[in-house]
Ligand binder design. Structure first.
Ligand code: CUA
Length: 164
């Protein structure tokens, strides 16, 4: 079969591009630690904050029980987003902790971006978003809603305090 030399050039070029793109994805996933937030679980936004509605999920738990220590240095926290607040809006963990964030929305689409980390995800009603990060450096890490959610969108924020 005859393939024109220019056509062959484009075929080879396309394959090279595919390899370059696939490598870029592989490098960002495995070398730079980028995590793609995946929907962890589907829920009913009307009852997700009702205590006991979803055993294992802590969105209906009292505020002081939203942060759970699973084992020394390993935590998970359940943060509920709604117009225009995160509940809880302050979380404290000791330095060196690994924290898994679970978020869901009670109403409209929100976002969760934690400054100084690679934690950034959409927060949708009906879905639980999940991401994990390790905090070795003490300090205050602010988190903000970065999806426009109404007139007071800019007031929707909170902080993670990593204590020495
Ligand atoms: Cu919530 Cu913007």
């Amino acid at each position: 079969m005859h393939i024109d030399s220019r056509e062959r050039m484009f075929i080879i070029g396309s394959i090279v591009l595919l390899v370059v793109f696939a490598s870029a994805i592989a490098v960002s996933a495995f070398a730079t630690g980028i995590q793609v937030p995946t929907p962890y679980q589907r829920v009913d936004p009307r009852i997700v904050a009702t205590p006991g509605s979803y055993p294992g999920l802590g969105f209906g738990d009292p505020l002081d029980e939203r942060l759970r220590e699973l084992s020394p240095g390993k935590y998970e926290v359940y943060i509920l987003a709604q117009t225009w607040a995160f509940t809880p809006n302050e979380v404290r963990v000791p330095a060196g902790s690994t924290v898994t964030f679970y978020l869901t929305s009670k109403d409209v689409q929100h976002g969760f971006r934690l400054d100084g980390t690679n934690v950034s995800m959409m927060v949708l009603p009906g879905e639980v978003s999940k991401l994990t990060a390790t905090f070795d450096t003490p300090g205050t890490y602010n988190f903000v809603c970065h999806e426009y959610c109404g007139v007071a969108h800019h007031t929707m924020y909170g902080k993670l305090v990593v204590e020495p």
